[in-house]
Write a protein of this length. Structure first.
Lengths: 202, 202, 202, 202
C-alpha cells in the first residue's frame, strides 16, 4: 500500500484549510483605508495560522518522506490530525473578529494542542509500523520541539485566562520555534542513505 | 488507461467535501462561551460526517489499490459516488442547524444510503472489469459491512419518523462499524502477492 | 516537460468547480419539507452542471492520456478551458435561483458554448504538437460529438429567447449525448498499441 | 527529498485561489441583464487576476521543472510566495466591488509586488541550491521580465494615487507581457539536454 494517495489527500485538505482562512478577510464595502485597517486583527490572525498550517505541511512532508508503506492505522491517525487542523480556520476567525479577546485565545489553543497531540500519535504509529530500525525514530532523535509544543500550548491556554497578549506571545513563539526549518530529519535521512551506500561500496 | 487521475480527482473532491463542512461552523459574533456552545449540534454533526467522508476516502483508497486499469464505466461509477457524497455537507448542515429535528435525520440518511449503493455499484463495475480472477472480489469476500450498511441506513431513515435519537444512533453505529479499519482487502492483497511469489519461487 | 502537473492542476480546479456548486444549495432555516422542496430548481440545475463538469473531466482525462509532452501553448489553452468552466457555477446558480427564467438559460449557454470552443482549441493545439502521426487525431476520428456540440449550444441559446423548456431540453440532450462514455479514444489507443506490437512481433 | 509534494501542494493552493475568486461573482437576485451588467467591474477584475494566477502557475511549473531536489529553504520560500498570492482574491474583490477606485488599485498592487519579490526569492534560493551549474540560472538568462515586473508594479501603485485607469493599464500590461509563453526556460532545458547528449554521443 503506497503513500501517494495519503500525501495527495493531505495536501488537498491542507491546501484548502490554508486557503479558506483568507475567505474570512471579508472585503469592506467602502474603498477607504479606514475600512481596510479595521481588518488588521483578522489579517494578523490569518498570518499566524498560515504559518502554523505551513509548519504542519512542512513537517508532514518530512515525516512522510521517511515512510515507505502505509496501513489502516496510519490512514486514520492522519485523518485525526487533519480533523483538528480543520478547526484552525474557525478558531482563527473567531479570534480575529473579536480582537484577540481572552476567551478566543483559550479556544485558539485547543485545536493547536490537539493537532500537536495528533501529530505525535501519527509519528508514534509510523515508528511502530517501521519496526526496530525505524528511520523516523532515528531522524527525530530527541525531538525537543515536538515534546515542548504541547506544554507550551497548555501554557498559552492557561495564560489566556489572565492576559491575552501573553497568551498570544506563547502561540507566536511556538510558531517561530518551528519556522526554523526542521533539518534534523533531512540530515538523518541523508546520513543513513550515505551510510548504506558506504557499506555497499566501501 | 491508468488510475492516477481517477485517484487524484477523487482525492480533490473528497478533500473539498470534508473541508467545506467546517465552513458551516459559522463564527459567533460575541466572544462568549454561551455563543460558542450554541454551535454544539453543528459541531457534532460535523464530527459524524467527517468520519463518514473519512471512511469513504479510506475504503476508496483500499478498493482502488486493487485496480490496475480503469475504463469509462469505472470513471462514471466513481463520479456517481462523488455526486451523492457531495450532498453530505448540505444534509449535515441542515441537521445541525435544526438540532437533529426528525425530518433532517430522514434527509441525512438519503445521501448516506445513495452513496452506499453507489459504492456497491462502483465495486461491482470494478470486479466485472477485472474478470474471473478479480483480486477485489476475493479481497472483499463476504463483505458483511458493505451488505449490511444499506439496510441499516434504511432502518435509520424509517426510525427518524418516530424518534430522532434512535435514528441518529443507527447512523453513528454504522460509522463506528466502518471506523474499525478494513484489513480484509489489505490482508488479501498481501496474501495473493505472497502466493504468486511462492508459485514463481517454490 | 511532463504532463503530470497539468493534470493535477486541472483536476484540482475541476474538483473545486464541481464542489462549490453544491454550496449554492443553501440550507433552509426551517426543518420542513416545504422549505426543502423550494430548492428543487437549484438542485436540478446542480445535477445538470455536475454532469457537464463530469463530462469535461472525463474527456479531459481521455484527451490528455494520448499526450506525452506539453508545451506553453497547451498550458494556456488548458487554462483558457478552465476559465470558461469556472463560470459554470455562477450560471448554474443564477438559473436555479430564478427558476429557469429565459434570460438565465441564455446566459447558461454561454460558458457551455465557450468551454466547448476552448476544448476544441485545446484539442487542436495538442494535435498540432503531436505532428503528423498524432494519436489523438486518429483517436477522435470524425468527432461528431465535438463538432455538433457548439451548434447545439447556439440552438439552446437561440431557443431560450422563445421558450425556456425547449432551451433546457437542448442543454440536457447534449449532456446525455456525452454521458455515453467516449470509447472512441480508448479503443483507438488500444488498437494502435496492438498494431505496434503486431508489427514488432509479427 | 523529491519535489512531487511541493508541486502538488502548490497546485492545490493555486487551484483554490483561482477558483474562489469566482465566488465573488455573487449571483444577482433578479433574472435581468441590467442586474447582470452591474457585475462587469467584478468580472473584469476576475479576468485580470485569473490571468495573473495562471501566469504564476505557468512560471512555477517551468521553474520547478528544472529542480530535482528540494530542501527546507525552498519549501518556505514557496509558502511565502503562496501567502502573497492568497491575498490576490481579496484585493481583486475589493477592486471590483468598488469599481476600480484609486485606493483599491493601490492595494491591488501590493500582493502583486510582494508575490513578484517572493517569486524572485524562490528563484534565487533554487539557483543557490543547484550550485554553480544551475540549470535554472542558465535558463532564465537575463530575465528581463522578472526584473522589470517589480518596478512596473511600483509604477502602478504610484500611478494609482493620480489616475486609476493609468494604474490599471500598467497592471494589465505586465499581465500581457507574461502571457506570452515563457519559452526561455523550455528552450534552455531542451538545449542543455541535447548538449549533454551530444557530448556523450559525439
Amino acid at each position: 500500500m503506497n503513500k501517494a494517495r495519503l500525501e495527495a489527500f493531505s495536501d488537498g485538505v491542507l491546501a484548502i484549510i490554508i486557503t479558506i482562512m483568507v475567505l474570512e478577510l471579508k472585503v469592506p464595502e467602502e474603498p477607504t483605508y479606514e475600512a481596510l485597517l479595521k481588518l488588521t486583527p483578522i489579517f494578523l490572525s490569518y498570518v499566524l495560522s498560515f504559518i502554523y498550517v505551513g509548519i504542519y505541511w512542512n513537517n508532514h512532508h518530512h515525516m512522510l518522506h521517511s515512510v515507505s508503506r502505509v496501513n489502516g492505522r496510519i490512514l486514520w491517525a492522519n485523518l485525526h490530525l487533519l480533523f483538528w487542523l480543520s478547526l484552525v480556520p474557525f478558531a482563527t476567525d473567531w479570534m480575529g473578529e473579536n480582537h484577540f479577546a481572552k476567551s478566543t485565545l483559550t479556544v485558539y489553543g485547543i485545536p493547536l494542542l490537539m493537532a500537536g497531540l495528533a501529530y505525535w500519535i501519527l509519528q508514534t504509529v509510523i515508528i511502530r509500523s517501521q519496526g526496530q530500525d525505524s528511520v523516523l525514530k532515528k531522524a527525530i532523535g530527541k525531538d525537543y520541539k515536538g515534546l515542548s509544543s504541547p506544554p507550551l500550548y497548555i501554557l498559552g491556554i492557561v495564560l489566556s485566562f489572565y492576559n491575552e497578549w501573553l497568551s498570544l506571545s506563547v502561540y507566536a513563539f511556538v510558531a517561530l520555534m518551528w519556522l526554523i526549518p526542521d533539518s534534523r530529519i533531512e540530515r538523518q535521512i541523508t546520513a543513513s542513505i550515505e551510510e548504506k551506500h558506504h557499506k555497499e561500496n566501501p
